[in-house]
Ligand binder design. Structure first.
Ligand code: PLP
Length: 283
């Protein structure tokens, strides 16, 4: 109501800033840039990671279409590696085997031997909020000179070894679509690098050079910023995030009980190995 009364419902307003601050505090990231959705957040992250037309991006074969759409917007192509059954996310073993057998490092860049195309980035995704073995994925990416961009769309509230998902890579993208844990509509990019953080804010807001009356745009910009009205909803929901997560855990356990006597179904439960928090998703 405050956002509506203020008349700042769209492009600018205090709730966008407040939401970005809440995301920074919650995830521990240095920069948070609220976006119109997570597909846009992923697109911007890949652009800023330097992914270019005709390059390759390693990602997992199980994901929502937006992961590949964001790669395709640039004219790059996804290369699929399988997931593990216990996390439903990118398999470290399969990724290691793929990189060892199918790629070669030349002059500091990783090339796919079959096509001699450069592999620019790796995009794991956290199915239903469950993190993959991120420390090992980070090691592999460093070893093969590949930038890590996390499709953390489903994982607000999930941590791995004490760190929030999205903070392991150069960029992390979260979604607040209606089927997520926070449902205000929109997304966010988190970044730890100051230069990239400022550039992401600039490019997602039409790349306008700040000036009282002149309209000077110094890059090709994108109209990707989150409206203030959505940000107001986001702030209110962020205050309830822990409650949402515990309710989703209760729901997951109710479903688990329901499927106990139905051996024809394999009910997927939250892996106990690490300290992540589940975001049960309902489609
Ligand atoms: C894994 C994954 N990536 C990306 C997206 C895209 O998010 P959005 O709908 O906010 O663009 C979603 C959800 O919709 C998702 O589940």
């Amino acid at each position: 109501m405050d956002a509506i009364d203020s008349t700042f419902v769209s492009s600018v307003g205090k709730y966008v800033d407040r939401f970005e601050e809440m995301i920074r505090d919650y995830t521990g990231a240095k920069y948070a840039i609220a976006t119109v959705n997570s597909t846009a957040a992923l697109h911007m992250s890949l652009l800023l990671a330097g992914v270019k037309r005709d390059k390759l991006v390693v990602t997992q074969s199980l994901s929502f279409i937006a992961t590949c759409n964001a790669i395709s917007y640039i004219g790059a192509e996804p290369l699929f590696v399988d997931v593990d059954m216990d996390t439903l996310g990118l398999s470290v073993d399969k990724l290691a085997t793929f990189l060892k057998n199918k790629t070669e490092i030349k002059e500091g860049y990783c090339y796919h031997k079959q096509t001699w195309r450069k592999i620019s980035a790796c995009v794991p995704m956290y199915t239903f909020g469950h993190p993959v073995e991120l420390d090992k994925i980070v090691d592999l990416c460093n070893q093969y000179q590949i930038l890590l961009v996390e499709d953390a769309a489903e994982s607000i509230g999930s941590t791995y070894k004490g760190k929030h998902t999205g903070t392991y890579g150069l960029f992390g993208a979260f979604s607040f679509n209606g089927n997520k844990t926070i449902t205000c509509g929109g997304g966010v990019i988190i970044i730890n690098d100051e230069k990239l953080g400022k550039l992401a804010k600039h490019l997602t807001t039409q790349a306008k050079v700040p000036h009282k009356w002149e309209f000077v745009h110094d890059h090709i910009g994108y109209n990707y910023h989150l409206p203030n009205l959505n940000a107001a909803l986001a702030c209110a929901q962020m205050e309830m995030l822990d409650e949402f997560i515990s309710k989703k855990r209760e729901l997951a356990s109710a479903y688990q009980q329901f499927f106990l006597d139905k051996p024809e179904f394999h009910f997927y439960i939250e892996p106990k190995k690490v300290d992540q928090i589940i975001g049960l998703m309902l489609y």
